[in-house]
Design a protein around this ligand. Structure first.
Ligand code: ZN
Ligand code: ZN
Ligand code: ZN
Length: 390
C-alpha cells in the first residue's frame, strides 16, 4: 500500500492535491470529465486510502441492485410495529413514556456483546482475547414501519437524535468498563438490516474501535503540530479554499482547484461534504461547523439543525440513487479513556455510507477501497437535486 508521511500531506496540502488529483475534472467543464485513476490519501487516516477508478473497464466491482422498499406503515408480523410490543423485550425507554410511542429502545434479542459475564477463552501465546462484555440495544426509530429518514419530520428527527444522545450518555455512565458507545443505523438488505422496520442500534463496547482510535490519534498529532483541528481545517478549506497551480516556467495558470466542490449542503450549524478520499461512491459526512469533539455536548438547537441537514442529505441521496440502502454511524470522542487535548483536536461527525456495490477480493485483500465515481462528480450530482430552500 502507498503510504505518505504526515510531512508529505501538510502543510503543502495544495501541492499534494495537485500531485495526486491529476485527473480531476475542471468544475467549469463537467461535460469534459476524464477518466480518473488515482490513489487518494485520507487526510485524517492515511492508511485508509482509496483507489478512485472511474473508467468502466477498470471497475472491479459488482453493483448492488436497488432493492424494492416496503413502504407499508404497519406490518402484521413485524415485532417493531405499534401494537406488536409484546413481541419485543420490555422497553428500556419509550418516548413519550405513556400513550402512543414515537420511539422505543429495546434490548437486541441477538446481541453481539452481552451484559452477562462470560469467561473468555484463556489467552495463550499470541492468542489474546478481551471479554465480550457490553450492551447491544435497538432504537425503533419511528412507529411507522416503512418510513424513511427523509420522510420523517424535522421534529421527529430531532427527537431521534436527542434519544441517541441521551442513551449514549446513560450507557457511558452505567459502567466504567464501557469504553466506546457506537450509534449506527443499517437501512436495506444490502446494508445488513435484517428487520424491515426502520431502526438504529447502539453498541456499548469494552474497547475503542481501531478506526476511531486512529482518527483520535492522528487528529491529536495534527493538533500538536499546528494547534489546529484537522476537521476544522478541512471544513474551512471546503468552504473557502481555491487553489491555483501555476506553471513554473511560463507563469501561466496550469489548473485551478475549487475545493468547494466537495460541499453538498450547509445549514447554519452543519455542513454535509463528500470526503476527498471517499471509500463509498455516495459516502457523505456531516460535521458541525463550530468545533465540537463530543456529540454529547450538542444543544437542542444543534440537534434540530442536524435533523434538518440529515433529512435533506438523505433526500438528495434517495433522489440520485432511486432508493438508498446505507449505513450511518457517529464518530464522537470516546469517554472511557483519557481525553486530554483530544477535546480540541478531534471533531465529531456522522458518516453516511450508501451501499451501491459489493466489496471484492481486491478490496478485502488490499485494504484499498475502490471508488468508481469521482467524489467531486458525486457531490455535484447530489448538490444539483432541487430541494425547498432551508
Ligand atoms: Zn414494523
Ligand atoms: Zn474541529
Ligand atoms: Zn470518522
Amino acid at each position: 500500500m502507498v503510504r505518505f508521511g504526515r510531512e508529505k500531506m501538510f502543510p503543502e496540502l495544495n501541492h499534494t492535491w495537485g500531485t495526486l488529483v491529476s485527473g480531476l475534472p475542471d468544475r467549469n467543464a463537467p461535460e469534459q470529465k476524464k477518466a480518473v485513476r488515482e490513489i487518494r490519501i485520507n487526510p485524517v487516516v492515511p492508511a485508509e486510502s482509496v483507489l478512485v477508478a472511474t473508467a468502466r473497464g477498470m471497475r472491479p466491482k459488482k453493483e448492488e441492485p436497488p432493492a424494492p422498499h416496503d413502504m407499508r406503515p404497519f406490518v402484521d408480523a413485524c415485532p417493531f410495529c405499534r401494537g406488536n410490543e409484546a413481541q419485543t423485550p420490555a422497553p428500556i425507554a419509550q418516548v413519550p413514556a405513556h400513550g402512543d410511542w414515537s420511539l422505543r429502545i429495546v434490548e437486541n434479542l441477538y446481541p453481539v456483546l452481552g451484559a452477562d459475564r462470560s469467561t473468555p477463552h484463556f489467552a495463550f501465546g499470541l492468542q489474546q482475547t478481551i471479554e465480550g462484555y457490553g450492551r447491544h440495544e435497538v432504537i425503533i426509530d419511528h412507529s411507522s414501519h416503512g418510513i424513511r429518514i427523509h420522510e420523517m419530520t424535522e421534529e421527529h428527527l430531532a427527537l431521534l437524535l436527542s434519544t441517541y444522545r441521551t442513551r449514549m450518555n446513560e450507557l457511558y455512565h452505567s459502567d466504567p468498563r464501557l469504553k466506546y458507545v457506537l450509534v449506527f443505523k443499517n437501512f436495506g438488505p444490502a446494508a445488513g438490516a435484517s428487520i424491515g422496520h426502520t431502526h438504529s442500534q447502539i453498541i456499548a463496547m469494552p474497547v475503542v474501535p481501531a478506526n476511531v482510535q486512529a482518527e483520535v490519534r492522528n487528529s491529536l498529532a495534527f493538533f500538536q503540530a499546528g494547534q489546529r483541528c484537522i476537521f476544522c481545517s478541512l471544513i474551512d478549506e471546503a468552504l473557502t479554499f481555491e487553489a491555483t497551480l501555476y506553471d513554473r516556467g511560463s507563469g501561466e495558470i496550469r489548473r485551478k482547484i475549487n475545493v468547494g466542490q466537495f460541499v453538498i449542503e450547509r445549514t447554519s450549524r452543519f455542513v454535509a461534504m463528500k470526503p476527498f478520499a471517499s471509500r463509498y461512491e455516495w459516502e457523505v459526512h456531516i460535521l458541525p461547523l463550530a468545533h465540537a469533539a463530543d456529540f454529547l455536548d450538542s444543544s437542542p438547537e444543534d440537534l434540530a439543525d442536524l435533523g434538518r441537514i440529515l433529512r435533506r442529505t438523505m433526500e438528495r441521496l434517495n433522489a440520485v440513487l432511486g432508493g438508498v440502502q446505507y449505513n450511518y454511524f457517529f464518530h464522537s470522542l470516546p469517554h472511557g479513556v483519557e481525553q486530554g487535548e483530544s477535546t480540541r483536536a478531534f471533531h465529531w461527525h456522522l458518516e453516511i455510507c450508501p451501499r451501491t456495490s459489493i466489496p471484492t477480493g481486491f478490496e478485502l485483500g488490499s485494504g484499498l477501497f475502490v471508488n468508481t465515481i469521482c467524489p467531486e462528480d458525486a457531490a455535484e450530482r447530489l448538490r444539483s437535486v432541487v430541494l425547498p430552500s432551508v
